[in-house]
Design a protein around this ligand. Structure first.
Ligand SMILES: Nc1ncnc2c1ncn2[C@@H]1O[C@H](COP(=O)(O)OP(=O)(O)OP(=O)(O)O)[C@@H](O)[C@H]1O
Ligand SMILES: [Mg+2]
Length: 430
């Protein structure tokens, strides 16, 4: 019997390559769905692994479901997956149509649209920040005047991702500009989103919970500790795992994550739940996504815990039991390199090399290209991972390697400088 085909919705980023590789190694034909304009297949390796592709417009979901399911039936597809946050609802609809293991199609929207998410999480009793929806300037003013929102507050697009258009606002004067940024950034691919969330600010330390659900049974693989920029734009500059929380807090974090996973209908597949743990130990859910964490977290899990999440995700999508037991007990961390200010990137030196304890180094900014002070994840220039048996040593090594990275920026407004600058360190909140 031939192995069923595997279809990836969109295919950008190293996680898609890893999934395609895991599928191809096991003898599955790998297919991808992509938009005709600006198809984002990530690498020559990915294209080399492809048995076929279907072009469809993701922005027209009903038609996309029809075209993708017709293609999937023709090619014997037995698993549909995506690592693209914007396509998790489409994946649930396609899986339901094809009767493949997937998430609840009626709730899948709530794992994508933060307004629907807020309603679903609140109804399930999950602890979330107090939130108002603002569809126009009048509602924005009302929300800002609501004492339960308070200041500082957070303004974000309902359908955004990658921290684009998310601002921490300290007063009404900042709010109009923040709302403008949120409206411009939200929607698929930053296509605009008129629905904004105005949210109470949850103070604390930020973590995410990486989980895989099979037939409704949830396995938490790891808690990830974040480094995030301070100030009005919050961009993740580092992830470390596994985080070791005090048992009572870990229990509370898992309890909220379990409730959130169920509330948004995740039954078969990965989830990434972002939480804030306050100084009082209370856990507040910031958001949940029905996908594997981005930011190389899938690779960190592999290096630190010996769980290869990519074949595991494939198993779950095929309806087979996945192996999710840790076979290692190490530590893994990633540092993202950012520019302290906007300008043109003239040079970068001191990047670490892949070697023992440094499993990956990625650089995506072009020399001569524009770079920005970090306002969204897309402004990160590159990254590298560090692993080791001891968390303290691995973290110290990662910080030492980051200090050696020097970037030279030619000024192009926003207070640029032609001095060599340490990359990112100024942006990392302790
Ligand atoms: N209510 C809040 N209180 C405190 N900080 C918040 C709040 N909402 C968002 N943030 C900060 O802003 C960041 C981005 O917000 P959020 O996760 O909601 O947006 P996103 O675009 O979905 O992000 P990503 O896709 O990068 O996870 C969070 O990781 C957190 O640091
Ligand atoms: Mg987030």
């Amino acid at each position: 019997m031939t192995a069923p085909g595997v279809l990836l919705l969109d295919a950008s980023g190293p996680e898609s390559v890893a999934l395609a590789r895991a599928a191809a190694v096991r003898g599955h034909a790998v297919h991808a769905a992509a938009t005709p304009a600006g198809s984002t297949f990530c690498s020559a390796e990915f294209i080399g692994l492809l048995a076929g592709r279907v072009l469809t417009d993701f922005a027209r979901p009903s038609r996309a479901v029809q075209e993708i399911t017709a293609y999937a039936r023709r090619h014997g597809v037995g698993a549909v997956l995506t690592v693209n946050e914007y396509l998790t609802e489409l994946a649930a609809l396609v899986c339901a149509e094809l009767a493949l293991p997937g998430n609840d199609r009626r709730l899948a929207h709530a794992a994508r649209d933060k307004a629907a998410m807020h309603r679903a999480l609140t109804a399930a009793g999950v602890r979330v920040p107090y939130t108002r929806l603002a569809r126009d300037d009048g509602e924005l003013r009302e929300a800002l005047g609501d004492a339960r929102v308070g200041l500082p507050c957070v303004i974000k697009p309902a359908c955004g991702a990658g921290s684009a258009g998310v601002s921490v606002v300290s007063g009404p004067a900042d709010a109009i500009a923040a709302a403008g940024r949120a409206r411009a950034a939200g929607g698929m691919g930053g296509g605009g989103d008129q629905h904004l969330l105005v949210q109470a600010y949850a103070a604390g330390a930020e973590y995410s919970i990486e989980s895989i659900t099979q037939d409704g049974a949830i396995t938490h693989l790891a808690v990830t500790e974040k480094r995030v920029t301070s100030g009005s734009h919050r961009v993740e500059t580092g992830h470390s795992l596994p985080a070791h929380l005090p048992p009572e807090i870990e229990k509370a974090v898992y309890r909220e994550a379990d409730a959130a996973i169920r509330a948004v209908g995740i039954r078969h597949g990965p989830s990434h739940t972002e939480v804030m743990v306050g100084p009082d130990g209370q856990c507040t859910v910031i958001e949940i996504a029905a996908r594997l964490a981005a930011g190389h977290i899938g690779f960190l899990i592999q290096h630190a815990l010996g769980i290869d999440v990519f074949p595991a995700l494939l198993d779950v999508a095929l309806g087979r039991r996945a192996t999710l037991y840790p076979t290692a007990h190490g530590h893994a961390t990633v540092r993202f390199i950012t520019s302290p200010y906007a300008g043109r990137l003239a040079s970068v030196t001191g990047l670490p090399r892949v070697g023992p304890g440094v499993p990956f180094v990625r650089w995506r900014a072009a020399i001569g290209g524009l770079v920005h002070a970090p306002r969204a994840n897309a402004h990160r220039l590159g990254s590298f991972g560090v692993t080791g048996p001891d968390p303290v040593e691995a973290e110290e090594r990662a910080d030492a390697l980051l200090r050696r990275v020097r970037i030279r920026i030619d000024p192009a407004g926003e207070g640029g400088s032609d001095q060599d600058s340490p990359a990112s360190t100024s942006d990392i909140a302790s």
